[in-house]
Design a protein around this ligand. Structure first.
Ligand code: FAD
Ligand code: NAD
Length: 479
């Protein structure tokens, strides 16, 4: 059904709903939303949705990056009424004038690259940026793992380190440094990446470049006493033991304080309470220490007095309305609703808003119809039994529609891949909790993520990538 995208023509009788972002939250909202009720405008610097759970697999080529991207225009094509998409970054929000400023920051620019968009309703789903805690040298020297470009950069750098280490006459110390892959942050991002990296080495690099293999080492640095703080104790132990078997070195209670182009300086808390400063040489450094608030969100927080205590994002009420505003909602990693910043939360919040907005539009239509019928009845002296019956039925439906329950998150469980075809899972299982780890969990992990992929196209591509890397090995060409 390759029919052209319907044309967008703003209808002055409808409210303009502006949605920022094309991530987990915003796309879940778009999927649910009956777009014919509003003039819908989507603004995002990224013209695709990214299935982040499989992003760590793109750093080594187990999965090719395009397999986990879904163009937003393909998503919007399936909506009943046209939606306008602008590939741009919202740079500021003015809640008094109800306009947003947008900038086209892409490489190619036309005569206009900055403009304003007015809104009646605004949904902010801009996610978060990478936390560095102002630690010197992090931005300049490390790779993050959040966007497609990050995964591509890591993939290139791993191979650059390998090829440089294999260069004629390279000194042994330099080979050790180049082959040392350091991951900072023992949350799920750091753990999954370390696992993927070790797999890549064991399954491919070792065979293709055997001379450097004794020097290859992955180190995972975590400030807290253990990795995966959000998982159960049993799975933390399982992960740490598996890493030990895989020869991934875990350094817990180790806080990175400074980064240079070739070393990481960290402070280790010793069991006796003392502190020790160490310098760790590295070839590749991946920084995965969680989320920080985006500038556009910080700017909006500073404009709303009720948000003066917000530090981690926009405080929202139980209907996801930004506190201190009437027509702005926030979802996902940029919103503080009392839940963890995960895809699961963001998509449930987006879905909730979709239902809420559909309901609001229906309510307004019902109210308008009641108004119309009542004035007709007034003109006729109130003697239309049919109109009275319709009003009564509409009012009954209205009461039910207005009784919208607040947002409630339903946790389906946590899953993480830990390398060597093993995964860990904390899942809700008939009213109870199940914590499992191992190869069966890995199959569960694979099928769960496959089922969550955005489209059948994505699902097929991911399966083909898995088969391809198993059958032929990962592609080690450095693009
Ligand atoms: P995002 O999905 O980050 O989307 C934000 C969107 O806003 C993007 O389209 C971005 O381009 C756009 N944007 C940014 N700035 C602007 C601006 N100024 N104006 C307009 N648009 C803007 N969670 C899980 O539950 N399970 C997992 O397995 C999992 N795995 C993960 C693996 C990795 C490697 C990472 C990094 C995260 C993972 N997460 C996982 C967390 C999950 O990806 C996030 O919680 C989720 O993406 C949050 O959704 P969001 O819609 O708030 O933001
Ligand atoms: P995170 O916040 O979960 O973990 C970051 C870790 O870095 C923390 O454990 C912290 O103690 C450590 N850290 C911070 N500063 C440090 C320093 N200077 N030196 C050493 N360690 C330091 O971050 P994440 O792993 O990127 O995850 C972000 C969010 O995305 C979380 O909500 C997570 O649940 C979600 N996520 C989920 C999955 C999954 O379910 N499989 C995968 C990736 C991300």
């Amino acid at each position: 059904d390759r029919h052209p995208e319907p044309q967008f023509e703003p209808d002055p009788s409808k409210k303009t709903l502006v949605i920022l972002g094309t991530g987990w939250g915003s796309v879940a909202l778009l999927k649910k939303l009956d777009t014919e009720n509003y003039n819908v405008v989507v603004v995002s610097p990224r013209n695709y949705f990214l299935f982040t759970p499989l992003l760590p697999s793109c750093t080594t080529g187990t999965i090719e990056h395009r397999s986990i991207m879904e163009p937003v225009r393909a998503i919007l094509r399936h909506k009943k009424a046209a939606v306008k998409f602008y590939e741009a970054e919202a740079s500021s929000i003015d809640p008094d004038r109800k306009v947003i400023k947008v900038v086209d920051n892409s490489e190619i620019k036309g005569a206009t690259s900055e403009t304003e968009i007015p809104y009646d309703m605004l949904v902010i789903g801009v996610g978060a940026e990478n936390a560095t805690f102002g630690i010197p040298g992090v931005r300049e020297n490390s790779c993050f793992l959040k966007e497609i470009g990050d995964a591509q950069q890591i993939r290139k750098k791993i191979m650059d380190c390998v090829e440089t280490a294999a260069f004629k006459g390279q000194t042994p110390e330099e080979v050790d440094r180049l082959m040392h892959m350091v991951v900072v942050g023992g949350g799920p991002t750091g753990v999954e990446f370390a696992g993927e990296l070790q797999d890549f080495f064991e399954e491919d690099i070792k065979k293709l470049v055997p001379e450097i293999s004794p020097h290859f080492k992955v180190t995972l640095i975590e400030a807290l006493p253990n990795v995966l703080p959000s998982f159960s104790k049993q799975l933390i132990d399982y992960t740490e033991n598996t890493f030990r078997e895989e020869k991934i070195d875990i350094k817990t209670k180790t806080m990175v304080k400074r980064v240079t182009d070739k070393t990481v300086e960290a402070e280790i808390s010793r069991p006796d309470g003392g502190k020790e400063r160490v310098e760790i040489p590295y070839g590749l450094l991946v920084w995965a220490t969680g989320n920080a608030v985006r500038p556009i969100v910080k700017d909006l927080i500073s404009r709303i007095p009720a948000q003066k205590d917000s530090r981690r994002g926009l405080a929202v009420n139980e209907y996801l309305v930004v506190q201190g505003t009437r027509d702005i909602w926030a979802i996902g990693d940029c919103a503080v609703a009392g839940y963890a910043p995960t895809a699961q939360v963001a998509s449930q919040e987006g879905n909730f808003l979709g239902r809420l907005f559909n309901n609001m539009a229906k309510t307004e239509n019902h109210e308008a119809r009641i108004q119309e019928l009542s004035s007709k009845m007034n003109l006729q002296g109130g003697n239309s039994a049919e109109a009275a019956r319709e009003i009564e039925s509409l009012e009954k439906q209205l009461r039910r529609m207005k009784d919208i329950k607040p947002f409630r998150y339903s946790h389906q469980g946590s899953l993480a891949y830990i390398g060597s075809e093993k995964a860990v899972a904390d899942v809700s299982w008939w009213n109870g909790n199940l914590a499992t780890g191992g190869s069966l969990t890995y199959l569960f992990w694979r099928s769960a993520y496959l089922s969550m992929c955005f489209s059948t196209r994505n699902r097929v591509l991911v399966i083909l990538d898995w088969l391809k890397s198993k059958a032929f090995g990962r592609d080690v060409s450095r693009e």
